[in-house]
Write a protein that binds this ligand. Structure first.
Ligand SMILES: [Fe+2]
Ligand SMILES: [Fe+2]
Length: 375
């Protein structure tokens, strides 16, 4: 969603740029700035100032209406001071109305533009009314308004789909985290570490799509919803059969992602996040570069989180110990092309890990206390 702050900033930068261009053009054409340009400059550069000063004190709805009113007053003044610029500038108000994505702002914007436009034509000493041209222009303006309205409607639809996508994901993550207290927060932490490493790799030219990485790392263990609680929450060592059962989670996860019609670029990292560089991983025993890049990134982030958090069978390692364990297994379990970048971003990972683990501890404490209070 567009915040009012961003919109004002764009509007203000836009009008200021307009002023600079006018100065440039007038110096180029007239070799000096004509007198009536000064008023125009003041309107363009300072026009939004009153709004900037007061908007925070208004409700969002009032902010939007007032913003549109001020925009049209500025546009009207510009038309008055520089009639040769033409009423095309009135389209700007509509573009801003499109950002608010509701019919009401369009209708309001359209009406207020007509009022201000008509007012300018009547009070202006030079501009006179040519009814035929005005009607033609009115219909051009009207069709432009309708066109923008549909564009903004499409944008709203797309946003809704995106948020459904996000909500489905959040529900899936909650489902998996609810199953096992030892892995609570695991998915979100792995996603954060993956993004830190992914960004570092991207800056060095690796083809990392950060949004795809974020989704696939969040969902990497989603297949665990199909594994029985007895195995997931078992204290102590797993039997061979139980371990074989757990090893099915990447395949289950990929199936879930497929049934939700996620694209292959998201499904594959989920399916292959337990593959190893030396081919000893699962489920497909892929070797080296056969493993998708995002799966190799998630594999490092996954292990880093597993090592730095408490498990039912051992205490957490420090971030530094975890770093060394990952380095020792570079080239066998982990991709040795990626581990140098893991070392590069280790300070960031360490800092974030410490914050997240601390947060998790606080959360557990609050939850424990709530449970106690219930008894
Ligand atoms: Fe996993
Ligand atoms: Fe995991």
């Amino acid at each position: 969603m567009y915040s009012m702050k961003k919109i004002i900033l764009t509007a203000w930068i836009g009008t200021t740029l307009g002023a600079i261009i006018l100065i440039g053009v007038s110096i180029f054409l007239f070799e000096e700035i004509p007198k009536d340009f000064y008023a125009l400059m003041v309107v363009l550069i300072l026009g939004y100032l009153p709004f900037i000063l007061i908007y925070q004190y208004l409700s969002i709805v009032k902010q939007r209406f007032l913003f549109l009113i001020i925009t049209y007053i500025i546009l009207g003044l510009v038309l008055y001071l520089a009639p040769y610029i033409g009423h095309v500038i009135f389209y700007f108000g509509l573009i801003y109305a499109a950002l608010f994505k509701e019919k009401i702002y369009f209708v309001f914007s359209f009406l207020i533009s007509i009022v201000i436009y008509t007012a300018i034509i009547y009070v202006h000493p030079i501009i006179s009314l040519y009814p035929f041209m005005e009607i033609v222009q009115f219909f051009v303006f009207l069709s432009y308004t309708i066109f923008l309205y549909f564009v903004s409607k499409m944008m709203v639809r797309q946003e809704k789909i995106n948020s459904m996508y996000t909500k489905t994901m959040e529900a899936l993550v909650l489902a998996i985290e609810a199953k096992d207290e030892y892995t609570r927060g695991h998915s979100t932490r792995v996603a954060e570490y993956s993004i830190i490493l992914g960004k570092t790799l991207k800056e060095s030219g690796f083809p990392v799509d950060l949004e795809v990485l974020r989704i696939s790392s969040l969902l990497h263990d989603i297949g665990k919803v199909n594994i029985s609680n007895n195995i997931l929450q078992k204290q102590g060592k797993l039997t061979i059969e139980e371990y074989e059962e757990i090893k099915k989670h990447p395949v289950f996860g990929a199936e879930i992602a497929k049934s939700l019609e996620f694209p292959d670029e998201i499904i594959n990292p989920i399916l292959f996040h337990h593959e190893r560089k030396d081919g000893k991983g699962y489920p497909n025993k892929l070797v080296g570069d056969e493993i998708p890049l995002l799966a190799r990134i998630i594999s490092i982030a996954d292990t880093f989180d597993a090592l730095t958090t408490n498990r039912s069978y051992r205490r957490a390692y420090s971030t530094f110990e975890a770093r060394n364990i990952i380095l020792e297994n570079s080239g066998t379990q982990f991709d040795d092309q990626l581990t140098p970048y893991f070392i590069d971003c280790f300070p960031k990972l360490k800092k974030r890990a410490e914050q997240l683990i601390e947060l998790e501890k606080k959360l557990s404490k609050v939850m424990d206390e709530e449970v106690k209070a219930l008894h």
